[in-house]
Design a protein around this ligand. Structure first.
Ligand code: C5P
Length: 224
């Protein structure tokens, strides 16, 4: 079977990452969470008080940022490292989530991260999820998935995930954040969130995680 690139795009909290992780494990592919890269940059900007509207400051900060992924055998997936430190515990917090779309819309940030994402996919055999993977990062991906889901279902799932990390956030706040991120992600000038022409749409509102994974695996097998 040949090694292919599977691009999974879609709105926030549609189940992209969970699906991508499981698909990668089943196929023995690498999983790359491109959102984690934007989150790591955002976390760095918050920690170092970087002003996103100052291009020089942004460029300088980006030169100091090194993002890598290290596979955690126990968890069965890769974790995100920023300048050598594991930042998984920080990058999913609400303070990062609230700023990440604004920082991701900066063209200079996108160019840097897209370059790195393309390098990570050079050998193929990867599943990458994000917002512009099928349209921009890997327009030649063999399989492109576009995930959608009902807003209330998405907010409920995100709330449960946050609770598992001991963060209690109300549904209205989560819904507002999802709507705001969807809007910024879809309306930004540089590579906005779009469904690629050749992408398969999966509505995950009423599917279990296993059903989502099964659908993607079926499509992947046809391409391999
Ligand atoms: O996937 P996740 O929700 O963790 O992504 C966080 C944010 O990173 C998104 O809301 C979006 O603003 C940004 N992002 C992006 N392009 C990607 C992946 C994520 O702009 N390829």
């Amino acid at each position: 079977m040949r090694k292919i690139i599977i691009a999974i795009d879609g709105f926030s909290a549609c189940g992209k990452s969970s699906t991508a992780k499981m698909v990668a494990n089943k196929l023995g592919f690498n999983y790359i969470d491109s959102g984690a890269m934007y989150r790591a940059v955002t976390y760095y900007f918050i920690e170092h008080y970087i002003n996103p509207s100052n291009p020089k400051e942004v460029e300088k900060a980006l030169d100091k940022i090194d993002i890598s992924f290290i596979f955690n055998e126990k968890l069965g997936f890769s974790e995100t490292y920023l300048n050598g430190s594991n930042v998984e515990g920080h990058i999913r917090k609400m303070e990062v989530t609230q700023r990440v779309s604004e920082i991701s819309a900066l063209p200079v940030v996108r160019r840097r991260l897209v370059d790195q994402q393309r390098k990570l996919g050079k050998k193929r055999g990867i599943v990458m999820d994000g917002r512009d993977i099928g349209t921009n990062v890997f327009p030649d991906a063999e399989l492109k998935i576009f995930m959608v889901a009902d807003l209330t279902v998405r907010a409920g799932r995100r709330q449960k995930e946050l609770l598992e990390k001991d963060q209690l956030v109300g549904l209205p706040e989560i819904k507002e954040n999802l709507k705001k991120r969807d809007k910024i992600d879809s309306e930004r000038e540089e590579n906005p969130l779009r469904k690629a022409k050749d992408a398969y749409e999966i509505d995950s509102s009423y599917l279990t995680l296993e059903e989502q994974v099964e659908k993607v695996l079926q499509l992947a097998t046809e391409k391999m």
